[in-house]
Design a protein around this ligand. Structure first.
Ligand code: SF4
Length: 459
């Protein structure tokens, strides 16, 4: 393999970014979403009213259809410490075992900074587990990493329960085959596809963590291995390691990624060489066929804050695209090492804990045919007349793994790549709008208005 020769990108524009100050949405949103998606879990926020309003608004925008508990405070309750008693009172009122398995209480920025000690709450009330965590914007860099935080805290609690005695079985009973727990937020069809990939190895797909129900935590722990499909779930992976479970890095993306992943899973779980070969033969020709049938031609930059950016870049490159830059707001972890190495070997600049400034600098220097990124990055690209796609809604909400993943990006990417002419038309049409006198702020009243005002009656 020859490494494409590209001039290195100049990304030393970092001033302060995702891991110094938040550049993504409020990180607590990540944990709140995980809790709201679980059955029989109550979520309670403690923080400023404006933060709680924004967080509940966003969760309902994303279809939560569940109530969010809120414990307000003022200067007096904060200074005297009464806020802690208010939280305790709220949790005691909510702790009805007929309705809830657990209550998740989240300290937002102000109570965290003030040191409101949620850890002093009881660990269970009336048999309802009390899960507490601090998720301030100044301490947890991205909402993706906040999801990891809540998942890991719940897993730790469940591990303690499993170590102390018998726990609930999965709703559908235990799988007869050894299972691989899938770590990451997956598109609904992905676990089905991964189960098919695992079948020739004599294995089955286990629960997806973050889970949808407390009892699934025990089933997630009861596995042959854990697939860290989304590498930012590092704290959760650490909890699985403490339970003695092996972690498989990277994911079954494209031909290379799927082959390496099947090898790693098979070797870890004791599959035979013949089973590993059979598993590869069952899927690799089909993936290669999809790439050949639905190629992507063009230069694309990828950035986002979901944690799956490196996997998306791998798929794009195997589809035929040129990807000079991948930026992810998430931190580098052990579980993205194979993807990082694969991309660097192909001349890709990979930036972990990337700032918006770095993502923009990459777009400015590469001048891609398509920029994939966050809302402000997409806006920046469009101002430069570069077609752009929002990573979160348009890219990460698609299957990525196995055969389904190989073909899932081509249509949306190729449509966007073909829209440059439309962008040029819009660019010409809107030229100058939003700058100078059309920026929306009047530096001084227009002359005719001034004249009218001067002649106007004082009342
Ligand atoms: S101030 Fe903190 S808690 Fe409030 S919205 Fe911002 S990051 Fe979130």
């Amino acid at each position: 393999m020859t490494t494409p020769s590209r001039p290195p990108l100049q990304l030393d524009v970092k001033q302060a970014g995702s891991h110094d100050r938040p550049q993504t949405m409020c990180p607590a949103f990540g944990a709140l979403r995980i809790g709201l998606r679980m059955r029989r879990i109550a979520s309670v926020l403690c923080g400023s009213g404006c933060c709680a309003y924004g967080l509940t608004f966003t969760t309902h925008f994303y279809g939560a259809r569940r109530s969010v508990g809120y414990v307000p405070f003022d200067s007096e309750t904060l200074v005297t410490g009464k806020i802690f008693e208010d939280v305790r009172g709220a949790v005691e009122q909510l702790a009805d075992p007929a309705r809830y398995d657990a209550i998740v209480v989240i300290n937002l920025c102000v109570p965290t900074a003030a040191g409101v000690p949620l850890r002093l709450l009881p660990t269970q009330i009336n048999g309802v587990r009390i899960i507490t965590l601090d998720i301030p914007g100044f301490g947890v860099p991205t909402h993706a990493e906040a999801k990891d935080l809540l998942t890991s805290v719940m897993l730790r609690y469940a591990r303690g329960e499993a170590e102390r005695g018998p726990v609930q079985a999965p709703r559908g009973g235990r799988n007869q085959l050894p299972t691989v727990t899938l770590l990451g937020e997956l598109f609904p069809v992905d676990p089905v596809g991964i189960n098919q990939l695992l079948s020739p190895l004599g294995l089955a797909a286990g629960p997806v963590a973050p889970v949808r129900e407390w009892r699934e935590l025990y089933a997630a722990l009861d596995c042959a291995a854990v697939a860290a499909l989304h590498p930012q779930y590092a704290k959760t992976a650490g909890e699985f390691e403490l339970a003695g479970r092996a972690i498989i890095p990277s994911a079954p993306v494209g031909c290379d990624g799927t082959a390496a992943w099947l090898e790693a899973v098979g070797r870890t779980c004791g599959s035979t060489a013949a089973q590993i070969d059979a598993a590869k033969q069952a899927v690799l020709p089909a993936i290669a066929g999809v790439f050949a049938k639905m190629p992507i031609r063009g230069t694309i930059t990828v950035s986002g804050y979901e944690g799956s950016e490196l996997l998306v870049a791998r798929l794009l490159i195997e589809s035929g695209a040129t990807v000079p830059y991948v930026g992810t707001a998430c931190a580098q972890t052990r579980w993205s090492a194979p993807d990082h190495e694969w991309l660097v070997a192909r001349g890709v600049t990979v930036q972990f804990a990337a700032t918006l400034e770095q993502d923009k600098a990459a777009v400015d220097q590469v001048k891609p045919d398509l920029a994939i990124g966050t809302t402000p990055l997409v806006q920046h690209a469009k101002e430069l007349c570069i077609p752009a796609l929002y990573f979160t809604n348009l890219i990460s909400a698609r299957p990525l793994f196995g055969v389904a993943g190989a073909g899932s990006l081509a249509q949306v990417i190729n449509t966007a790549l073909g829209s440059r002419q439309r962008f040029e038309k819009m660019h010409t049409f809107f030229a100058g709008v939003g700058t100078g006198a059309t920026a929306g702020g009047w530096i001084r009243p227009p002359r005719s208005v001034t004249a009218t005002l001067q002649g106007a009656h004082p009342c």
